[in-house]
Design a binder for this molecule. Sequence first.
Ligand code: COA
Ligand code: AMP
Length: 631
Amino acid sequence: MNETIKNSLYDRAYAAWAAERTSWWESAAEGITWDRRWDTVFDPSSGPFGRWFPGARLNTSFNCLDRHVAAGRGEQAALIWDSPMAGRIVTYTYRELTDRVAKVAGALAALGVRKGDRVVIYMPMVPEAAIAMLASARLGAIHSVVFGGFAAAELASRIADAKPKAIVSASCGLEPGRVVKYKPLLDAAIAMSPHKPDACLILQREAAIAELTPGRDHDFAAAEAAAAPHPPVSVAATDPLYILYTSGTTGRPKGVVRDNGGHAVALHNSMKMIYGIDPGDVYWAASDVGWVVGHSYVVYAPLLAGCTTVMYEGKPVGTPDPGAFWRVCAQHGVRVLFTAPTAMRAIKQQDPEGKLAAGYDLSKLEALFLAGERCDPPTAVWAHELLKRPVVDHWWQTETGWAITAGFRGYGLFPMKPGSGGRPCPGYDLHALDDNGHLLQRGETGNLSVRLPLPPGCAPTLWENDEGYRHAYISDFPGWYRTGDAGVIDADGDVSVMGRTDDIINVAGHRLSTGSMEEVLAAHQDVAECAVIGVKDELKGQTPVGLVVLKAGVNRPEADIVAELVALVRERIGPVAAFKDARVVARLPKTRSGKILRATIRRIADGEQFTVPPTIEDATALDEVGRVLGR
Ligand code: COA
Ligand code: AMP
């Protein structure tokens, strides 16, 4: 196929969707097994912008598991757990995974978990994390997975908001060089939260056996062994499947809700359309189940599609070397690898010529997909030259649950421009708007926004907070969903995402709020005011740097205060914040109305050109910032 024809396949598919925006999804919905079909495909009158597939009923765990066993995939590998951290590789067939999920669902039911109850899951990358998610889905309960790199206070705020009936956790996680004991963090979080769960199910891992709290904690393995298998519970398509908390523009995390029906339809459809993956193929998303990529592409999408998913407990480098990803791809016959650009940069840094890849048989690998942050062109070019396979950057966010823009293996790939995240997926009417919500011309940079309704799979609301959803995403530009990303759509329709328009930064593919770090710094006894900005970083894309003004009269050594601030962010937010750098300044650059000039500070830190804003209160503050940042 030549490129023009390849291109037109995508164009035709997009045009077909654009002609029938809601009914287009009916044929995609045929990929799902329903207990009851929908009354209407889309109801614009309910929720902040409407609901998909009202009236329909299904069970997501049944669609991920039982139906594949019934269709003859029982002996096919469903999940391969590959853990260089634990030195183990374990494969579960669809039959084995279904049995374990049914038993763990039975164990949760025995602890009182019912349809609509919340189950918080705070676990490392072990199969039991995926099993707990699917078991919760089997009961029609609503899971909320919290990434293991968050500290107790962050876990506590999620427990307080989700009010779980039960929590599933593990005794420990394994990070290179250290065992992270989860149980003390869990206990501290429960102590901090005004809401207490009735029960905790604790997976004991050999590296650190935890002491269980009598009356509250139960041993995961024993509970599973004793449980009766639980059948799937039929739920409404519009019922929530999960809540995933993500950084918002304030320090308070947002509980992004995913429903059952639209999610199943969109993710199932994406496997062929975007990734070009068929049932039976091996698919590997090297992400953590604590992030949206882990939810969608470690657990749900590959299983909805009858694929084999790889779950990896390790790092791209150091476990044991920068050849780890190529070893996993070769050993398990991975067809598509999906990871964050930062992982590729880590490999490139340690093995610039990609020598280790040459030692593995990568003949089954067909494409590399990247997301989580913009892929810098040198990294995309490096990966392409090394693998000699398509490297596809695609753009999405926790709220959407699947890609907004991508390259489409299902429609024949069009050549990706370096720095571009591809073209809009059918389902997204994407435009750049100016700050007043007016459409911009192609080639003009603005607020990337999606004309409502959002497609199936995207968050219909925030947990118990329709108003918060409207305020955060759709009230700025009525009729549109504001992504929070700035970007440009060029004459060919290729989309380049330039960065966030709010206080969110991306550190090693992890979404973090500088606002929440500022809250922590401001709580320190010696800090009068502060600003946290994301500064360019060769490996992680961005890292946070704090600028603090001390209270008058504080004369303790600055180094001590900085060390305390670094420790405080680690303790309150967690190691994942990677907050390691704070500098003391006499004053912060501000406008005359008192607004801190964060964008200008960031440009100074990144060594970029900047203009001194005419509204600045005191221009010498900029010189001082430049000096302390070594610019
Ligand atoms: N539990 C506990 N601690 C965790 C953790 C977890 N699940 N995950 C990370 N941490 C800790 C790390 O141990 C590290 O702690 P340290 O400050 O004591 O070293 C800190 O959080 C930062 O971790 P990380 O972001 O992994 O940085 P790193 O320097 O250890 O590794 C990379 C750098 C690039 C190798 C790594 O960030 C990576 O693999 N990134 C890929 C990201 C990704 O997959 N994103 C998902 C979106 S697709
Ligand atoms: P998260 O919700 O954690 O997935 O983070 C979403 C944010 O990450 C987006 O709003 C973007 O700012 C950024 N992001 C994710 N993927 C890409 C990409 N391919 N290109 C540019 N930015 C991206």
